[in-house]
Write a protein that binds this ligand. Sequence first.
Ligand SMILES: Cc1cc2nc3c(=O)[nH]c(=O)nc-3n(C[C@H](O)[C@H](O)[C@H](O)COP(=O)(O)OP(=O)(O)OC[C@H]3O[C@@H](n4cnc5c(N)ncnc54)[C@H](O)[C@@H]3O)c2cc1C
Length: 377
Amino acid sequence: MSTFIESEERTALRAAVAALGKRHGRDHDREALWAEAAKLGYLGVNLPEEYGGGGGGMAELSIVLEELGAAGCPLLMMVVSPAICGTVIARFGTEEQRQAWLPGLADGTRTMAFGITEPDAGSNSHRITTTARRTEGGWVLSGRKVFVSGVDIADATLIVGRTEDARTGKLKPCLFIVPRDAPGFGRSQIDMELHAQEKQFELVLDDVELPESALVGEEDAGLLQLFAGLNPERIMTAAFAIGMGRYALARAVDYAKDRQVWKAPIGAHQAIAHPLAQAHIELELARLMMQKASALYDAGDDLGAGEAANMAKYAAGEACVKAVDQSVHTLGGNGLTREYGLASLVTAARVARIAPVSREMILNFVSHQSLGLPKSY
Ligand SMILES: Cc1cc2nc3c(=O)[nH]c(=O)nc-3n(C[C@H](O)[C@H](O)[C@H](O)COP(=O)(O)OP(=O)(O)OC[C@H]3O[C@@H](n4cnc5c(N)ncnc54)[C@H](O)[C@@H]3O)c2cc1C
């Protein structure tokens, strides 16, 4: 069947997650929702069955995050823990690492954060300087990271570094599992203007000693391994954005049907109705692209998925920002009250435009990779 017409199983998953989301809602307790979603098998739906997962793929995992978001209770750590870290460990980890992490990531008893962004590298990952030095029987990791989400609630963080002899030039990333309480692994919370339960941290890795087994995958496997995790991250950010956009839009549509200050409800005015209709169309289009990206990724086409996942993240981020903006506007003054809870989404929606890769970096990627245009940097 066409991948954009959801199978009965996926439709049922969507409905079941939507029901779970509805029970928890906007004022949810993150831990309780995380535990219940895990118990129902939703958090590990993409992980291999032999390690306690659901044996599905990104198509299923993105449905889970989208529906929780549409119910007002997105679980941001789903973008990193099962999607990036779970995928990378399942695909490139040793048998020991799989046994150690996947069952816990799948049943929600363990969580893993992901750190790539650095203060002096930002969008230019080729410039990261977190460096791994070989020692007898292990590694010593030094560097700094910034904006890393959920380090306090994660058992470990998957840190992207580079080896000492690959310190400059083209990035040959290598990935290390760093336990939360490893000596030398410091974190300080960044004061964000975000109403999210998951916090962002600046990290200092001060000669963190790690065993040999902390390295996930090959030292020299390079970008391929990293992108195996980053494509799911983009797909999940699209799901996050589409869910949030749908949540805001639904609040606005309800409001526009009821609120009446002239003869008809405000939703009868095309100046209110049309932008909401546009927002709906754009969210649906973004979801189609997300489904294409998931289908390619789940079929093992990492290259094709790369382009589609970037485009899906772009489309979803833009659609989310627009849907939230228009929804706030539809509520007039109530759009800015705490009671209606839409104003804080104005900030939250921008996350999907900036992270994990900014709108401009996706436009750069499409300019160069898809259209073959020359590079300015
Ligand atoms: C809420 C939140 C959660 C996050 N969670 C994580 C996490 O868990 N792990 C993690 O590793 N990171 C995380 N990040 C970091 C995020 O991925 C980065 O903020 C993002 O990649 C942008 O990097 P930067 O902030 O350094 O911006 P910069 O790279 O400094 O970019 C600033 C601006 O310049 C533009 N720009 C830069 N270069 C170019 C160019 N060549 N052409 C055109 N425009 C350009 C960008 O588009 C952007 O608008 C998170 C960020 C936020 C806001």
